[in-house]
Write a protein that binds this ligand. Structure first.
Ligand SMILES: Cc1cc2nc3c(=O)[nH]c(=O)nc-3n(C[C@H](O)[C@H](O)[C@H](O)COP(=O)(O)OP(=O)(O)OC[C@H]3O[C@@H](n4cnc5c(N)ncnc54)[C@H](O)[C@@H]3O)c2cc1C
Length: 362
């Protein structure tokens, strides 16, 4: 076996956070990301920094996110909820209701959640971060783990450990030699990827005209295509966002231009004529994104999925291959907090096996 060196597969929050911690501790690693960008399910629009992926974290019960945000010095603010909520259905049409009182504060990142990705990436040596590197096969050899990627032939060393920072279902698409056992594959396949079946729409405006009308931007609809809407304003401008209630198969049939037109028409029904002409609008369909969703993710599971506590692959992979994505932990699996928690567990296991004490005591 060569010197201890960890290959992190996936440059979403889990992969980046793992790289950040390993780099702090001077442990050798390389990070490989299939897409041409970092962030995975975290995706903020280039102009305006509006979130097409996650928007919120909840510091009241997410200490890892709270601490990481403080450590990185990232500015955050509370989700806007002042004003009335709109409710729409076929019988009553659009009805204005008293706004709901938020329980735990939902916090957002100034400039979008992408700022978290940028801050973590900025702390890493660029030579260790490889984009456009989709892992296709993994082979166990005498010198360690050998990796093969699609596209460009990357020349990489052998690794002592492999940390898969991706949804468990995507791990089953990688060819292992020796192969993963059927029960392990079934367990990985059984974990739905949180939000992978969904699509998010954002409309950007010159002004937050709904706020001026005493509306919070929160709206719930039984008609759709948007079923849950919220204010998405930030320092980059004014915007509303919504989750689509239309299933992935139907979205694919309708197509993006028509879906956007239906969303704009709904915004006019809810918020009036000023909503008719957004400066720009965006739709991201995560179910159509092969580096997030699989065939099995085309229908929403509705529940958070995660690997069983203590899950470990059968030999020979158990000792050298860890899953560290958000769905790898029972503690808030599926959320950004889960991604951080899964990495912290992997760090603890790694340090225990390397005989280092209290690696995470900071
Ligand atoms: C619309 C939406 C809204 C959400 N809202 C919230 C929210 O408000 N709050 C919250 O806490 N969470 C929310 N989430 C969930 C949150 O985004 C995830 O928990 C978190 O981003 C997962 O990070 P991850 O690194 O575990 O996985 P991912 O972000 O999925 O990262 C996996 C990475 O692996 C890469 N990859 C895949 N296959 C390969 C391969 N073969 N080789 C190399 N790289 C590969 C992918 O390209 C990706 O970059 C939301 C998600 C979505 C989609």
């Amino acid at each position: 076996m060569t010197i201890p060196r960890i290959a992190i597969i996936g440059g979403g929050l889990a992969g980046l956070y793992a790289a950040y911690r390993l780099h702090q501790l001077g442990i050798e690693f390389d990070l490989f990301e299939a897409r041409s960008r970092l962030g995975g399910r975290i995706l903020s629009t280039e102009s305006g920094g509006f979130d097409l992926g996650p928007s919120w974290f909840w510091p009241d019960f997410q200490p890892l996110m709270h601490n990481l945000v403080a450590e990185l010095g990232l500015p955050v603010f509370e989700q806007y909820t002042a004003g009335s909520t709109l409710v729409e259905d076929q019988v009553a049409g659009v009805v204005r209701k008293a706004g709901y009182l938020p329980g735990n504060a939902s916090m957002r990142f100034e400039g979008g959640t992408g700022r978290l990705v940028e801050a973590l990436a900025a702390s890493l040596p660029s030579a260790k971060v490889h984009l456009n590197a989709a892992l296709t096969s993994v082979r166990l050899e005498d010198q360690g783990v050998r990796l093969t990627f699609s596209g460009e032939q990357l020349q990489v060393p052998h690794y002592s450990s492999l940390w898969l920072a991706l949804p468990p279902r995507l791990a089953t698409g990688i060819q292992f030699t020796p192969g993963l056992l059927q029960p392990d594959l079934q367990q990985l396949m059984a974990v739905p990827t949180w939000m992978a079946a969904h699509a998010k729409y954002i409309a950007r405006y010159a002004r937050p005209f709904w706020r001026e009308a005493g509306l919070s931007g929160d709206a719930f609809s039984r008609i759709g295509p948007l079923v849950e809407l919220h204010d998405a304003c930030n320092e980059g401008g004014a915007a509303l966002f919504g989750f689509l209630g239309v299933g992935a198969a139907q979205r694919a049939r309708i197509g993006e231009p028509d879906l956007k037109a239906l969303c704009r028409a709904q915004l006019v029904r809810l918020f009036g004529d000023q909503a008719a002409d957004p400066i720009e609008d965006y739709l991201h369909d995560w179910a159509a994104d092969p580096f997030t969703a699989t065939e099995q993710d085309q229908v929403a599971s509705g529940a958070h999925g995660y690997l069983e506590r203590g899950f470990s692959l059968a030999p020979p992979w158990g000792d050298m291959l860890r899953l560290i994505g958000s769905e790898a932990t029972a503690e808030q699996g599926g959320y950004m907090e889960g991604a951080l928690g899964a990495v912290d567990v992997a760090m603890q296991v790694h340090h225990r096996s390397a005989g280092i004490n209290n690696p995470l005591r900071r």
